[in-house]
Design a protein around this ligand. Sequence first.
Ligand code: ADP
Ligand code: MG
Length: 567
Amino acid sequence: METLRQRLRSIDQKGYKAYKAIEGTYRFPTFTLAIDHVQGDPFAEPSKVRVIVPRAKTALAAEWTDTKPRRTRCEDLLLRRVHRELRQWPLRARGSGKSGLVLIDAPEQKVLERTAVQVTDETVTVCLSVGLPANGRRILAKEAEAIFFEQIPSVIERAVYGLREEDIRAAVELADQQHAIRRYLREHGLVAFVANGAVLPRESGVSDKPLQRGAVPFQSPPELEIAIPVPHRAEPIKGMGIRKGITLIVGGGYHGKSTLLQALEHGVYDHIAGDGREFVITDSGAVKIRAEDGRSVASVDISPLIGALPYGKETTQFSTENASGSTSQAASMIEMIEAGASAFLIDEDTSATNLLIRDGRMQALVAKEAEPITPYIDKARQLFRDYGISTVLVVGGLGDYLDIADCVIKMEQYVPFDVTGEAKRIAAEMPSGRKAEGGESFGRIRERIPLPESLNSQKGKKAKAVARGRHVIQYGQTDLLLYALEQLVDDSQTRAIAAALLYMERKGWLDGKKTIRQLLDAIEEQWDRQGLGSVSFRKGNPGELARPRRFELAAALNRLRSLRCIQ
Ligand code: ADP
Ligand code: MG
């Protein structure tokens, strides 16, 4: 500790580069400080620091981390506490550039596996970014001393040593309950659960926080209500269960259909207490599927949904730099089957109409032979039968879908009703006049093998894969655009995807033999066994990653304009 103080004093007022001298590890009375990486100048990305606390001196008894969800929850809790304490200090830069900033990769409404705080059996590690202070480019050592000898010790004291058992208990018990519901869904043929009392609408289209005023809490229709036993409370949690198969969400415009579907999309992740969606839980294999014209597609066999295109263009290995609405959505469906999805979440609002439906009149006017598209309405049942993939579909206008639904939920003034019986009756009394075009089976899925050159992040002399916010990865010469991935929910997930792509490239994982599914399995296994940070090349300090699902990683890979697959 005194070494750090001396080193700082000896470089005071010197040029910024002299800060390099403080890289190293220092022993403080209650923790170890590792300065892993010092930034090159005051405007560059802040320096990377780790604070390592002996776990035995904290309230984190072994039982609080005896399962993976519990461990993740404890890490999340500590992360939020450190973030809260850091905000007690002036964020104002003391000097030029990023001088004086002390940051941690803070989460929002979701609990994700992250690298910013890591709890092992022996230690608690907190990763911070520190803007080393300077005036112009002249080192302000006194200011740096204040950060390392006052601010950081005080934050650690309050956030980590100040952690009490009741805080941990509340967080861990919620984690146990959410985990129990997830398991219950898997064991009882359910795709999703929405608890009574859940608050689904969000504050705004750009906020993930709950709507504060006028939210109508969720109340299950009696026919669909189930009760799920969970630990740490006597009463089971009641709410609406969505079964496997084909479920429609219908209702008038602005009555809350998309809001319900979005809650289901987000239910693949756990939410913090007070979010309103704590007990909105969706099978973690559920994937939102939408149209995304303009995206690239590489050698996807979309023939189950779209047959030969004009001028004989085959669709068994469909590639394009500029997909249409229907081809983009069809490609996304096939890609997500390939990645192992368990359910498709689809909203009429964001779908290509002609992929969803071809009604009786269109069938009469345009012969099947002249229409490449087999609409989803004629394939959803086969998809469930052949691949076990359920569908939850929001429809406002496409009544033909009543024919194929197992369950129909009507939203009226934000309240759900089970109208399955009525829907069946209407479907019988008012035939749609259309012929099924889908055949007996969904069709074969050809698993693709990417070629090694698909991953080429070379830009000039350097490899480059850098996340720019949540939806763009600057990848080599081009931008990888992820705007359509509605279940990508955190900038740190995007960073992890960028890191994973770079990792696979450097390790030569694309060897012309592994399928995309095998690559996804391998990354997941790596994350499970060696930790999320193991894909990062940042020496010792992987502090700003959050774990994405395999589906978002697959979606990113599939949108790489350099992706080439074995023909
Ligand atoms: P739809 O898809 O049926 O047209 P939306 O789901 O987009 O309707 O909802 C319309 C509006 O109503 C949105 O602004 C949404 O935030 C709000 N809303 C949805 N559900 C609720 C609710 N339970 N309580 C209050 N407002 C809600
Ligand atoms: Mg809508």
